[in-house]
Design a protein around this ligand. Structure first.
Ligand SMILES: *Cc1c(COP(=O)(O)O)cnc(C)c1O
Length: 230
C-alpha cells in the first residue's frame, strides 16, 4: 500500500499477468479464463475507476449493496453478478438488478427467482453453487443433490443454467484446496455426460486462483488482489 505503483491499474495488470501465467503453467489458453472483479465493500468511485480500465462486469455479494451501487452508476452500462448467499425474500430485487447469479443453491430460491423473472419478462444466467468444502460457513448445494437440482432447473426456463460455482476450503494445504476445485470439475463432467450443458466453472479467488485454473476454472473471482484489502 502507498507505493507509487500501487494503483488500481497496476494491480489489475498484475492480476491479469498472474492469471495468464497460471494458464500457461497449466497448458491452457489464457483466453479460456475470464476474471470477474469483485467490488464488494468498495464504493461506486472504485468501480467507476475500474471501468476506465475497460472492466464492465462486477461481482457483488449483497443485494442491498448491489442496489445502491448500481443506482449510483446507472450512467454506465455495467453487468452485475451476484456471488453471495441470496435469501429467498431478496429474489425480487435480485431478479430486477442482477445480470447473473452464481450463488443459486436450492430449489426454493430457483422457484422464487423464476417467478420474479417471469413477472419482469427477463431471463437470467445462473451458475449452481456447490458445496465442496466441509466448513459450516460455506453455502452451496450438497454434491449428491446436483443431478436432481439440474433436472428441477430444466423446468424453469427463465433461468439459463451455464455452469457451476464453488468456494474451496480455507486451508494452508494446497492439496485440500485443489481437491475442492477438482470435485467441481468432476461433478460438471458427470452432469455433462448426462446431457446438461455446463460450459462454465467459476472457481478461485485472490488466494487460490492458480490451483483453480489448474483444475479447469473458466472464471476466477478476484476482489482483494484488484481492489485492495477489505
Ligand atoms: C469476496 C468473494 C470473492 C473474492 O475474494 P478475494 O479473496 O477478495 O479475491 C470471491 N468469491 C466470493 C463468493 C466472494 O464472496
Amino acid at each position: 500500500m502507498g507505493q507509487p505503483d500501487d494503483t488500481l491499474a497496476a494491480r489489475w495488470a498484475a492480476v491479469r499477468a498472474r492469471v495468464d501465467a497460471a494458464c500457461r503453467a497449466a497448458g491452457r489458453d489464457p483466453a479460456e479464463v475470464a476474471i470477474l472483479p469483485v467490488s464488494k465493500t468498495f464504493g461506486p468511485q472504485a468501480v467507476r475507476e475500474a471501468t476506465a480500465l475497460g472492466l464492465a462486469r462486477f461481482g457483488e455479494n449483497k443485494v442491498q449493496e448491489l442496489r445502491d451501487k448500481s443506482a449510483a452508476l446507472a450512467d454506465l452500462s455495467l453487468r452485475w453478478v451476484l456471488i453471495g448467499h441470496l435469501q429467498t425474500n431478496k429474489a425480487k430485487d435480485a431478479a430486477r438488478l442482477a445480470d447473473e447469479v452464481q450463488s443459486l443453491d436450492r430449489p426454493e430460491l430457483a422457484q422464487a427467482l423464476h417467478r420474479r423473472l417471469e413477472a419482469e419478462g427477463r431471463t437470467l444466467d445462473v451458475l449452481v453453487q456447490v458445496k465442496t468444502s466441509p466448513e459450516e460457513s460455506k453455502h452451496g448445494l450438497p454434491p449428491h443433490a446436483l443431478h436432481g437440482f439440474l433436472e428441477h432447473l430444466a423446468g424453469l426456463p427463465s433461468l439459463r443454467v451455464r455452469g457451476l460455482m464453488t468456494l474451496a476450503v480455507q486451508s494452508d494445504d494446497p492439496g485440500a484446496v485443489r481437491a475442492c476445485f477438482r470435485q467441481l470439475r468432476e461433478l460438471r463432467d458427470a452432469a455433462q455426460a448426462c446431457g446438461h450443458d455446463l460450459p462454465r466453472l467459476s472457481m478461485g479467488m485472490s488466494g487460490d486462483f492458480p490451483l483453480a485454473i489448474a483444475e479447469g476454472a473458466t472464471e476466477v473471482r478476484i476482489g482483494t488482489a484488484i481492489f485492495g484489502r477489505r
